[in-house]
Design a protein around this ligand. Sequence first.
Ligand SMILES: [Zn+2]
Length: 302
Amino acid sequence: MNKIGYLYDPFFMLHDTGAGHIETPRRVEAIDELVTEKYDFTPIPSRLGSKEELLMVHDDEYIDWIEHGYENGVRMIISSDTIVSELSYDVALKAATSTKNAIEFFKQGLGKRAFLNLRPPGHHAEIITGQGFCIFNNVAMMARYAQNAGYAKVIIIDFDVHHGNGTQDIFYEDPTVFYFSTHEKNNYPFTGSEDETGKGEGVGFNRNIPYHDYLEDEELLSFYDRLPKDFDFDMVLVSAGYDLMKDELISSAQITFDGIRGVVRKILDYAGDKPVAFLLEGGYNIDSLVHSVDVTLEELVK
Ligand SMILES: [Zn+2]
């Protein structure tokens, strides 16, 4: 049985999105209850890094704006779905900078697989702004921490039903981080077309696979044949968004639990003996989310 690292902190619940918001603290709490009851994972401690660390990924003016946002009366980023509450900056900073400890878990040889139960999610957060429930880009931060620790090349695989416009933005001109995304075409944020392949030195290191409405398992699984075969990666990071499942409310995709199990298996097979971390992104139907994460974890421990 593989040793699995698991990162969670109840502090992640304190980003207060308000009553009726689908990105609720219950999401991470319910996942933590599952992990506590069923699995015997190695805890990865959270950490509150410095705001300077965020400069690896984000613009300093944006970081300052969020840091002092609540006290200056800011209550949302771009639109009313991306909330700024009293502790949002601290929670988002902690989620993003805690990813460094997952790199340490790998670096110390404690295990090769990890699940990061993070909140708020991150993949819509671009260099200069958060949006789409995301404040700071967790997976992008983890990729930079990985590189600083000697993992030179990182591939980010994003199966959230939405395109990770933020992650694409951050690494668009960077040939050392490959971004691979499958996502619903007619859905927020309406980016991620197939011809967005990178810019400058980054051309060829960004691969989008947009799909039609009502996608089913078989077609989703076939997309994984298009993972890059010649990118010599040192680590695999997964933007694990479970809003592609058939019981989710904000997409039309019809993915079953067998389907997501197949996706996770394909990613693990692709990773081989390289470290792999799954970072929670979307997934808003609590029952479906917990079951999907459970299926993911069952594959991780095999
Ligand atoms: Zn999503």
